[in-house]
Design a protein around this ligand. Structure first.
Ligand SMILES: Cc1cc2nc3c(=O)[nH]c(=O)nc-3n(C[C@H](O)[C@H](O)[C@H](O)COP(=O)(O)O)c2cc1C
Ligand SMILES: C=C(O[C@@H]1CC(C(=O)O)=C[C@@H](OP(=O)(O)O)[C@H]1O)C(=O)O
Length: 388
């Protein structure tokens, strides 16, 4: 399974083509839209999210609710696009948006793609860079991940996420995957502990008031993956490696780790490796999950735990020094309409990026033209492993 996305942040739409989906998967636009709406939410987002109401349209690859085995095309319209067009009587939001869109951007924002993108593609209006470098593209990636999650659910594999830290406020609780799943839709910082959530909101408000931004850490958890997805035989088949690439390719993500992650640097081996046990009904299993579900680039049957760090948003309402690319004079960077914290939204993006990589690995392992074939193969493999 592979996908391509296309579309600019304020262009008419985002388009995704997913190739390699098996036939006969029941797929509705509503289910995908539910995931998109989760990404739009989250405390700390800016005005753009009040303009958009992301909904998906299925344009190909599905008939009578079921996939055909042909490429699936999904479209998410950008409602903000209409503010680009110099027409119609506009609302106050639209007027200010229109002004913003017409302005040529020449003062690059440190931390965004503006300067290097301009240098590389010879753009003298940096809006030409930010249109595609914007995290608007992550809506398309969530749409792909939503389809992946629907496929994985059919195999009883579940992917979920939560926020662990925002700007130094940390939720130290060790939740079970089930607790994370139950809390999945609940609060607007995507943290299960309400006391900590209140502190996180306050931290975001403080950053916003100070004209600053903050980042944080998210956790993605995948349960009930069969052991043996991915492979140790070649670098680009290692599934933990693929997940790391996919996660760090999300806008503003700067780090990824599995299980105990960077803490392992100071832990003895006896506290890091997960002891092996066996029981006749379930086969081999582990007594702990410090490694977060991976050994040798393969799933080991324990829950996959991915931790990922998002840097603070680059656009600052109290901007940092920059240099105008035309006049070469020193200025403050441009102020674009912006989120002050997008960690809760980004946890959803991360969840869906991981879901895609797991679904891709499943389909590589159990090549199938249709869902019944896939389910039968996965079940047979699980049964074989129980008797290994
Ligand atoms: C969900 C989400 C929303 C984001 N919103 C903004 C934003 O409003 N303003 C901004 O400057 N950056 C935002 N970013 C981050 C930038 O897109 C990102 O920092 C930029 O593309 C440069 O890429 P890099 O940080 O990976 O180097 C957001 C990222 C995500 C994942
Ligand atoms: C549009 C989205 O996020 C955008 C990501 C983003 C950036 O620079 O990455 C900048 C902002 O865009 P705008 O300049 O239009 O306000 C965010 O709103 C989205 O998540 O759907």
């Amino acid at each position: 399974m592979r996908f391509l996305t296309a579309g600019e942040s304020h262009g008419p739409q985002l388009t995704v083509i997913i190739e390699g989906m098996p036939a006969n998967l029941f797929l509705t636009a509503e289910e995908i839209t539910t995931e998109l709406l989760k990404r739009q939410g989250g405390y700390g987002r800016g005005r753009r999210m009040q303009i958009e109401k992301d909904t998906v349209e299925i344009m190909s690859g599905v008939r009578n609710g079921y996939t055909l085995g042909s490429p699936v095309t999904l479209v998410v319209k950008n409602d903000d696009h209409k503010h680009w067009l110099n027409i119609m009587g506009v609302s106050p939001i639209a007027e200010s948006a229109q002004e913003q869109m017409k302005r040529v951007i020449t003062k690059p924002r440190p931390g965004h793609a503006d300067l290097v993108g301009g240098m590389k593609y010879d753009h003298r209006d940096l809006r030409n860079v930010l249109e595609r470098s914007s995290a608007r593209e992550t809506a398309a990636r969530v749409a792909v991940g939503a389809v992946s999650k629907i496929l994985l659910q059919q195999l009883d594999i579940h992917v979920m996420s939560r926020v662990k830290e925002i700007g130094g406020i940390r939720d130290e609780s060790n939740y079970t995957p089930e607790e994370i799943a139950a809390g999945n839709d609940l609060n607007d910082v995507r943290c299960l502990n309400e006391t900590v959530a209140a502190q996180m909101r306050e931290r975001i408000d403080d950053a916003k008031k100070a004209g600053d931004s903050i980042g944080g850490e998210v956790e993605v958890c995948v349960v009930n993956c069969p052991p043996g997805l991915g492979s140790y035989v070649h670098y680009d088949r290692k599934l933990d490696g693929r997940i790391a690439q996919s996660v760090v390719s999300i806008n503003a993500f700067k780090g990824v780790s599995f299980g105990e992650g960077f803490k392992m640097a100071s832990m003895p081996g006896s506290s890091v490796q997960d002891p092996i046990a066996y029981n006749e009904t379930t086969g081999f299993y582990r007594l702990s999950n410090h490694l977060g579900g991976f050994e040798g680039g393969m799933t080991n049957g324990m829950p996959i735990i991915v931790n990922a760090v998002m840097k603070p948003i680059p656009t600052l309402y109290k901007p940092l020094p920059s240099v105008d690319i035309i006049s070469k004079e020193s200025y403050q960077a441009s102020i674009e309409r912006s989120d002050s914290c997008a960690v809760p939204a980004a946890s959803i993006v991360c969840e869906h990026a991981v879901a895609f990589e797991i679904a891709r690995a499943v389909l590589e392992e159990f090549q199938s033209n249709h869902m019944d074939q896939l389910k039968t193969q996965v079940e047979r493999y699980r049964e074989e492993l129980r008797h290994f």
